[in-house]
Design a binder for this molecule. Structure first.
Ligand code: GRG
Length: 318
């Protein structure tokens, strides 16, 4: 057991070294995206300890390593860089965020919630492991996330880590994902106005995106002015992300999305295209992204990857 832990620590340092190498050698956004995603995938691969029993470990790995765009950890690492930090220091937090995101997807797919069969191009966790193990795998990923931040961030000021833990616990809980999900469930089958729709998405989707950029910057010791600008940026991309999600649900296929397409229409869910129409929804997403980019423009070239990530979110096709 001790030997196994030691090995993992060594892997982290190797990972950190590689991260520096990767960041130094990239020259454009596409390369950045590809390389950073690779770093994230590798970090995720050894993020789980010798979790027992085996069925729990399998179920956690099944969803955590099932692909996904990894937008959240990439946002976290890009924000750390923008704030002048060494991005490798934010890798454990980036991994923790992806664990929280993954657990929210596992729970969201359960029959008691959104009841879905397909996620990230595979049968949903509960379809493979059953409802009980899926719930527990989600619980274990959520708790593991906090261990990642607290014990695997060597070289980061503990006060900064304390702020990161505070931020993550807030956005995961009632003031964030859980609260948004409750309102979403309560609105099922009801007429929903734009204000309520925005409340749901700012909490279900926007809150975690906000935590990505804020925690990445906190690790680098960002000041309040930058944290505020990043908050504005994240609120813009958060809503835009959801508008694009609603549009893709209507226009794309399950094969392409890796999750069931056309579900919103079938469940008669209130979406942006339903409330605003397709063209107005696209325009709103574009305007939100422009506003988001404007908030971080004062940081010039340092903000280039976050600016490209905002465009990537609106131009994505899955
Ligand atoms: C966090 C404690 C805790 C509980 C979770 C179930 C729940 C409470 C909240 C639901 C949150 C949810 C599923 C929001 C939808 C967010 C969203 C747009 C997901 C899709 O994100 P992508 O497209 O997915 O980035 P990939 O698979 O690429 O990572």
């Amino acid at each position: 057991m001790t030997f196994c832990h030691k090995l993992q620590d060594e892997k982290i340092f190797y990972q950190m070294y590689k991260m520096t190498e990767v960041i130094n050698s990239i020259s454009d956004f596409e390369k950045y995206l590809k390389n950073t995603k690779k770093v994230v995938e590798e970090a995720l691969d050894f993020s789980l300890g010798p979790e027992n029993p085996e069925i729990l470990r399998e179920s956690m790995r099944y969803s955590l390593l099932a692909g996904g765009k990894r937008i959240r950890p990439i946002l976290c690492l890009a924000s750390c860089s923008l704030a002048g930090g060494e991005p490798s220091l934010a890798v454990p937090t980036a991994v923790a965020i992806e664990m929280i995101h993954t657990m929210s997807l596992i729970h969201d797919d359960l029959p008691a919630m959104d009841n879905d069969d397909l996620r990230r191009g595979r049968p949903t966790n509960h379809k493979v492991y059953g409802d009980a193990i899926a719930i527990l795998a989600g619980d274990a990923l959520l708790t593991r996330a906090f261990k990642m931040v607290s014990l695997r961030s060597p070289g980061v000021d503990p006060n900064r880590l304390l702020n990161v833990v505070g931020e993550l616990s807030l956005v995961a809980g009632a003031p964030g994902l859980v609260g948004g999900q409750v309102v979403d469930l309560e609105c099922e089958g009801k007429e929903v106005d734009l204000e309520t729709l925005e409340y749901i998405h700012l909490h279900k989707t926007g809150a975690l995106l906000k935590a990505c950029v804020r925690t990445g910057a906190m690790i680098a010791g960002a000041n309040e002015k930058l944290l505020q600008a990043l908050t504005t940026y994240a609120e813009g991309i958060g809503l835009a992300f959801q508008i694009i999600d609603d549009i893709l649900d209507l226009t794309s296929s399950s094969e392409k999305l890796g999750k069931t397409a056309g579900k919103d229409l079938l469940a008669d869910k209130t979406t942006y295209p339903k409330l605003l129409g397709m063209e107005e929804s696209k325009k709103r997403a574009f305007d939100l992204v422009e506003k988001a980019k404007k908030a971080i423009e004062p940081w010039g070239a340092d903000a280039k990857y976050l600016i490209s990530l905002a465009d990537f979110i609106t131009n994505r096709d899955r």
